[in-house]
Design a protein around this ligand. Structure first.
Ligand code: PNW
Length: 460
C-alpha cells in the first residue's frame, strides 16, 4: 500500500439532484433538472430524479454507512430551489433544516462536510424569468442564496465549493443540449460560463467580507478537466494539446488564478467571449482558497486545419470543436469504463503537474474521480475488482504527482452511491455503494471495502 501524507483527506461525494429525491417535499421549488428530466426524450428511458436514492429521507442510514467505511469527508451539494424555491425570494426553512440536520449528523459521526452550492439544479423560476445563467441578473441571486447558506450552515460547515464544473454546465447545458436546460448553441456557452465565474466571485466576496473571519472556513471552486496528451511530438500537436487544455480548464481557472481568460480563447473567440471589467478581474483573481479538480479521463490531441476532419472528432467532452480545431482520439488499447471513458491513470499525474506549473502550485483537492461500470449483484454482493484497479491506478499516479511536487491534499471518490447519472439515467453506475432502486437497499461494493482499507492504512 502506498503511503500518503498523514493529513491527506479521504472522502466521497454526491450531488443533490442525483441522490436526494423528495422532488417536491416540504416546499421545495422545481429546478431546471426537474423540468428537463420530465421532458420526453431528454433522459434515458425517461428517468428522473424524483425519488433517486431517496437520500432526503434515508440520509441517516447513508451517513452511518459512510462512518462505517471510515470516510473522513463527505462532499454533497445543496439544492438551491429546496432552500429558496423561486431562486430570489423567501427562504424555505424546511429545506434548509434538511441540510442543517445532515451537517449535524455528519459531524456527530466525525465526518467533515464539504458543501457545493451549485451542482446543476438551478431554480426553474430563474430560468423562466431571465434565462438563468445567460443573464447577469443571476449573479446577485446566487450571491444572496450563497449568503443564506453561509448564515445558516457556516457555523458548522468549514469547506465550501461555489460551483461544480462550470464547463459541463456551459458546454453540455448551453452548447450541446445534453444537460439542462438543453440549449444548442455556439455562443451561449461562453455567456453562461462568464456569469458562472462572476457568480462564483460574488459568493466568495460575500463569504470573505461577512463570514470568513468568524466562521474560519475555506471557499473554492471545482472544475473538471481531462488530460490532453499530444498525439505526436510535432509542435502543431503540442500546441493543439495545450490549446485544448486552455479551452477546457484555463477557461475557468485562468480568471481565478491568473486574472483573465486565456489569450488563445480571447484571440480565437473575439467578441463571442465576454470580457471582464478591471473590477471584475480583481474580484476573480485569487478567489479560490484551493483548486478543486474533477478528473476522469484522457484523450490524445492533434492539430487540424480542415473542417472535414470534424467528422472524426470524438464528441462529448471536447468543447466546441469549431473554436479549437483539435482532433481528439483514444488509444485502442486503453480500457474503457461503461461510459466509454478511457482509463488512463498517468493522465491524472500529468494534469496535476500541469496545474502545478501553470497556477503556481495551488493546494489541490480532487473533488471527483471514479469509474462507471455494469456492476452485477451476485448473492447480494457486488464484486467490482475493475473499479479497485481503477482507483489503485489513479491513486498511485496521484502519489507520484505529490512526490514530484504537486500540492494535492485530498481525494473524493465519485460516487458514494449509485445514482441518477443525469441524461444517462440509472444504468450508469459510479457508486462504491450499490443501490437497488426497486427496494432502495444499499450494499457496499468490494471497492468500498478496499477504500476502507486505504483510509485505515493511511495515517488515521
Ligand atoms: C461529473 N465530460 O459530470 C459530475 O460532477 C457528476 O455529477 C457526474 O455524475 C460525474 O461527473 C460522472 O459523469 C461530468 O464530458 C460530465 O467531460 C461530463 C464530463 C465530465 C464530468
Amino acid at each position: 500500500m502506498i503511503h500518503f501524507p498523514n493529513d491527506f483527506l479521504w472522502g466521497t461525494a454526491t450531488s443533490s439532484y442525483q441522490i436526494e429525491g423528495g422532488a417536491e417535499a416540504d416546499g421545495k421549488g422545481l429546478s431546471i433538472w426537474d423540468e428537463f428530466s420530465h421532458t420526453p426524450g431528454k433522459t434515458a428511458k425517461g428517468q428522473t430524479g424524483d425519488i433517486a436514492c431517496d437520500h432526503y429521507h434515508l440520509y441517516k442510514q447513508d451517513v452511518a454507512l459512510m462512518a462505517k467505511m471510515g470516510v473522513k469527508a463527505y462532499r454533497f451539494s445543496i439544492s438551491w430551489p429546496r432552500v429558496q424555491p423561486d431562486g430570489e425570494g423567501a427562504m424555505n426553512m424546511a429545506g434548509m433544516k434538511f441540510y442543517s440536520d445532515l451537517v449535524d449528523e455528519l459531524l456527530a459521526n466525525g465526518i467533515e462536510p464539504w458543501v457545493t452550492l451549485y451542482h446543476w439544479d438551478l431554480p426553474l423560476a430563474l430560468h423562466q424569468k431571465f434565462d438563468g445563467w445567460l443573464s447577469k441578473k443571476v449573479v446577485d441571486c446566487f450571491g444572496k442564496y450563497a449568503s443564506y447558506c453561509f448564515e445558516h450552515l457556516g457555523d458548522r460547515v468549514k469547506n465550501w465549493i461555489t460551483l461544480n464544473e462550470p464547463w459541463v454546465v456551459s458546454i453540455l447545458g448551453y452548447g450541446q443540449g445534453a444537460m439542462a436546460p438543453g440549449y444548442i448553441s455556439q455562443d451561449k456557452p461562453y455567456i453562461a460560463g462568464h456569469h458562472q465565474l462572476l457568480s462564483h466571485a460574488k459568493a466568495v466576496e460575500i463569504y470573505r467580507s461577512k463570514y470568513q473571519s468568524t466562521q474560519q472556513g475555506q471557499i473554492g471552486i471545482s472544475n473538471n478537466c481531462d488530460w490532453r496528451e499530444p498525439k505526436t511530438g510535432a509542435p502543431k500537436d503540442l500546441e493543439a494539446a495545450q490549446r485544448s487544455l486552455e479551452f477546457f480548464l484555463g477557461w475557468f481557472a485562468d480568471p481565478i488564478w491568473l486574472g483573465d481568460y486565456p489569450d488563445v480563447m480571447k484571440k480565437r473567440l473575439g467578441d463571442r467571449l465576454p470580457s471582464f471589467s478591471e473590477e471584475e478581474k480583481k474580484s476573480l483573481l485569487g478567489s479560490s482558497d484551493f483548486f478543486g479538480l474533477n478528473h476522469y479521463t484522457t484523450l490524445f490531441a492533434s492539430d487540424v486545419n480542415e473542417r472535414e476532419e470534424m467528422e472524426s472528432n470524438v464528441h462529448g467532452n471536447g468543447g466546441l470543436f469549431e473554436d479549437q480545431y483539435v482532433k481528439l482520439t483514444a488509444d485502442p488499447n486503453w480500457k474503457l469504463t461503461s461510459m466509454k471513458w478511457a482509463i488512463v491513470p498517468w493522465g491524472c499525474k500529468k494534469l496535476l503537474l500541469w496545474i502545478k506549473d501553470r497556477y503556481d502550485n495551488p493546494e489541490v483537492f480532487i473533488t471527483e474521480n471514479g469509474c462507471s461500470s455494469d456492476d452485477q449483484v451476485i448473492d447480494g454482493k457486488v464484486d467490482d475488482p475493475h473499479r479497485i484497479e481503477f482507483f489503485q491506478g489513479y491513486l498511485s499516479e496521484c502519489h507520484k504527482a505529490i512526490q514530484e511536487g504537486s500540492n494535492l491534499s485530498g481525494y473524493f471518490i465519485w460516487s458514494f452511491l449509485d445514482n441518477f447519472e443525469w441524461a444517462l439515467g440509472y444504468e450508469k453506475r459510479f457508486g462504491i455503494t450499490h443501490v437497488d432502486f426497486d427496494s432502495l437497499e444499499r450494499t457496499p461494493k468490494s471497492s468500498a471495502k478496499w477504500f476502507e482499507k486505504v483510509i485505515e492504512e493511511n495515517g488515521f
